[in-house]
Ligand binder design. Structure first.
Ligand SMILES: NC(=O)c1ccc[n+]([C@@H]2O[C@H](COP(=O)([O-])OP(=O)(O)OC[C@H]3O[C@@H](n4cnc5c(N)ncnc54)[C@H](O)[C@@H]3O)[C@@H](O)[C@H]2O)c1
Length: 258
């Protein structure tokens, strides 16, 4: 239950509803997090004119192992056809329906600086069902500038715009010190899902979902793996033939999900 206007609860940063490991339909959260990755792989296969694919092909395209993929898809009741594999278009539809991207999701972006401009100009949102309904900024010097097809509007219009477009998702691309106040106002206006790019932990009431994108944390994780690789190489006697084992761990050239 959303409790709009209630006092804010515990900081809530990252995966939605951290206490639950299953979605309302009983699909594990880790599986839910991989569904968009499968969807993106299916869109690519479909764009290449591929009508059916095996679980191995789809798993490779999505960067997961095929047993995990089959298990994930079984939660959707999708098992493929023996000897044929999965129907790409149908599976794409099934996953899109499960995620909710067969419908149009109006989104507002708050903070149209460097990052906000990049997000506003990104065409990938609309092709995946996310329509940018409004661009908002507190700086009058930015207001009126057209980015993509939309003018930057005053953040003070947030309530009016959320109501007008039925917006449920807000993107925060303001500096960190402003993010909590922006978040509070988005929630008070009726927004129940927030994608936060500011490097700060947001406190939100129960029923509001927050996802955080932090490129520096992703880079730090890669740095950690680089350090481990370097440590392994240091331990190899340079006089011996190279018998370096394959690197353990989940991080490969593609980002591991879940
Ligand atoms: N998550 C990532 O990977 C990533 C990458 C780059 C930047 N960032 C973060 O994204 C945020 C934006 O970065 P940037 O480089 O675009 O900054 P920027 O300074 O270029 O833009 C910030 C914008 O937010 C606006 N703003 C400030 N306070 C506001 C408020 N209260 N209400 C509405 N708008 C407000 C400013 O007027 C400005 O236009 C920062 O928090 C930054 O740390 C995150």
């Amino acid at each position: 239950m959303t409790s709009r206007g209630k006092r804010f609860g515990a900081p809530h940063d990252g995966a939605s509803r951290p206490t639950a490991d299953k979605s309302e339909r009983g699909i594990p959260e880790a599986t839910v997090a991989r569904l968009p990755v499968y969807l993106r792989a299916l869109v690519t296969l479909s764009d290449r004119g591929i009508a059916t694919c095996s679980s191995e092909e789809l798993a490779t395209a999505a960067g997961v192992n095929s047993a995990k993929l089959r298990k994930d898809l079984s939660y959707l009741g999708s098992y493929g056809t023996r000897g044929v594999g999965y129907d790409v278009e149908y599976l794409r539809y099934q996953i899109a329906r499960e995620i909710g991207v067969t419908q149009d999701w109006p989104v507002v972006i708050v903070g149209i600086g460097n990052l906000g401009h990049a997000l506003a100009n990104y065409s990938g949102f609309s092709s995946r069902g996310f329509r940018i309904a409004a661009l908002l900024d507190a700086d009058p010097g930015r207001q009126g500038e057209v980015v993509g097809d939309l003018p930057i509007l005053a953040f003070d219009r947030i309530e009016e715009l959320v109501a007008e477009h039925g917006v449920a998702i807000g993107v925060i691309a303001t500096p960190a010190p402003a993010a909590q106040a922006v978040c509070d106002r988005l929630v008070a206006a009726g927004i129940t899902s927030i994608l936060n790019f500011a490097p700060t932990v947001l406190a939100v009431p129960e029923g509001v979902d927050v996802r955080k994108v932090d490129l520096s944390i992703e880079l730090q994780i890669l740095a950690y793996h680089e350090q481990r690789k370097a440590g392994l190489l240091d331990r190899i006697d340079p006089g011996l033939p190279d018998t370096t084992p394959a690197m353990p761990g989940k991080t490969t050239t593609a980002k591991a999900v879940g």
